[in-house]
Design a protein around this ligand. Structure first.
Ligand SMILES: *Cc1c(COP(=O)(O)O)cnc(C)c1O
Length: 459
């Protein structure tokens, strides 16, 4: 046999990391604290206890370098972890690039994305605290599916408010949530005061993530046996996702490879932070020196065009104020196909790293991303979720640049989910029905300017 290529770099179950990495420990300067919207003072644990268990609140503010992963969580992780690292030989060949492209594939999880990495520990710590039910919101349904699976592991109930538009248009995620034992309501619903208020005014409301958050939070805040869970943005969520980067470091070490460029897509920043933080630790320790780049949709360019300011995490203005890159909590992005990247804000940790120049960012139009996704599917055999096609587009762009310069760059990206339930989006792209919104569009600039003006009035 000639030319036998190694596609997969695998770890044994026994090699799986047993602790999460807390980037807060190694940050040169700490990020600004979240503020109470009423007092303008930093929030304390007591402000969060109606919604979160103390173990997660402690992780949110901890500066310990590592947090041990509980055995009961490791046991569930081992259903799909360690996840494979792939070398994209066939994509490289199609591009004719001397660059080496690696992708860490999280689509092997029960929900088909990275989100169970945090859903499982969140359910676990809530169960430990005596909580019997978790509520949450979901847009396209990735997070709701992950939390429903996690609750099933610890014999807990899971109640999900799904944005009406996707509840109607994307029934498969709802069916998956129900199969895992969760309950799904279209949002706005008659079950909450927040939902009833919206329905009274707009009986045909198609909902929004902001309204769904208000409903899930309202139910959790009123009952001491019910808590709320969030799938991105917060420090403890990014902490749990660092299992991705810790595994990838071990996998690259196995083949003696050092990355030159790390690219990942950013919605709230959790899959990106999960892959990048352990590599940043190694970079700060002087052992490697990769460039780190976030990729966001040009229809929702939070890092590249947003402002760095205190803003609410939700549209309704119920959450603490977080210092982050934001387009304004009133900003409603175009309904692009990457539902997971349509968030007005960005993780405070990722925003801080961007502000301090530790990471860079680019924005990509969705047609370029779908083109990258289709090329990836045809060469590597995995149909990516629309979100990570943003990272793939940036990786491909770099690989093509390497073709011109002859550089043998090592590129690593997170393929944070598969697109099996997003096939209608691919169908739309293949039919030529995908439109691009970019920062050059006056309408986008005007919408952001208006949302930011309202934000400025806050302070
Ligand atoms: C939710 C989701 C995202 C966006 O969330 P991050 O916190 O930015 O990772 C991206 N990709 C997939 C597949 C998702 O499910």
């Amino acid at each position: 046999m000639t030319d036998v290529k190694q596609h997969k770099i695998l770890l044994d179950e026994s090699e799986m990391p047993t602790r999460w990495y807390n980037v807060l420990h190694d940050l040169p300067t700490p990020p600004p604290p979240p503020l109470h919207p009423g007092t303008g003072q930093p929030i304390g644990p007591e402000d969060l206890t109606p919604l979160f268990p103390m173990a997660l609140i402690e992780q949110e503010v901890s500066t310990e370098q590592y947090v041990d992963i509980p055995d009961e969580v490791l046991d569930v992780y081992r259903l799909w972890r360690p996840s494979p690292l792939f070398r994209a030989h066939r994509l490289e060949k199609a591009l004719g690039t001397p660059a080496k492209i690696y992708y860490k594939y999280e689509g092997v999880s029960p929900a088909g994305s990275h989100k169970p990495n945090t859903a499982v520990p969140q359910a676990y710590y809530n169960k430990q605290a005596g909580i019997s039910k978790l509520t949450t919101e979901t847009g396209a349904g990735q997070w709701g599916t992950s939390l429903a699976f996690a609750c099933a592991q610890y014999d807990m109930e899971c109640e999900v408010w799904q944005v009406r538009a996707s509840y109607d248009q994307k029934p498969y995620r709802r069916m998956m949530i129900e199969t895992f034992g969760g309950t799904v309501h279209p949002s706005p619903s008659e079950l909450t005061a927040a939902g009833r208020a919206i329905l009274a005014e707009h009986p045909d409301s198609t909902g929004s993530l902001g309204i769904a958050i208000s409903e899930a939070v309202e139910v959790a805040a009123q009952d001491p046996t019910i808590n709320y869970a969030l799938g991105s943005v917060l420090n403890h969520v990014l902490l749990h996702q660092t299992i991705i980067g810790e595994e990838a470091l071990l996998q690259l070490a196995k083949i003696g490879e050092t990355p030159d460029l790390l690219v990942g897509c950013t919605g709230g920043g959790s899959n990106f932070g999960g892959l990048m933080f352990p590599f940043l630790r190694e970079k700060w320790a002087g052992r490697i020196s990769p460039e780190v780049r976030a990729v966001e949709p040009s229809a929702c360019p939070t890092l590249t065009q947003g402002t760095y300011a205190y803003d609410f995490g939700d549209t309704a203005g119920m959450t603490p104020l977080m210092k982050m890159h934001t387009l304004g909590h009133d900003f409603v992005p175009d309904p692009i196909h990457s539902g997971g990247l349509r968030y007005h804000g960005m993780s405070p940790l990722i925003s801080h790293l961007y502000e301090t120049g530790e990471i860079g960012a680019v924005a990509k139009p969705q047609s370029e991303c779908f083109a990258a996704g289709v090329l990836f599917a045809r060469t590597e055999g995995i149909v990516p979720a629309p979100e990570p096609t943003h990272a793939l587009a940036a990786a491909i762009e770099e690989a093509v640049r390497c073709k011109e310069t002859g550089e043998e760059k090592v590129i690593l990206t997170a393929l944070c989910g598969h697109g099996h339930l997003d096939l209608p989006a691919y169908a739309a792209y293949l039919a030529g029905d995908v439109e691009d919104t970019s920062w050059e569009d006056d309408a986008l600039q005007a919408a952001v300017a208006e949302a930011l003006t309202k934000l400025a009035q806050l302070s």
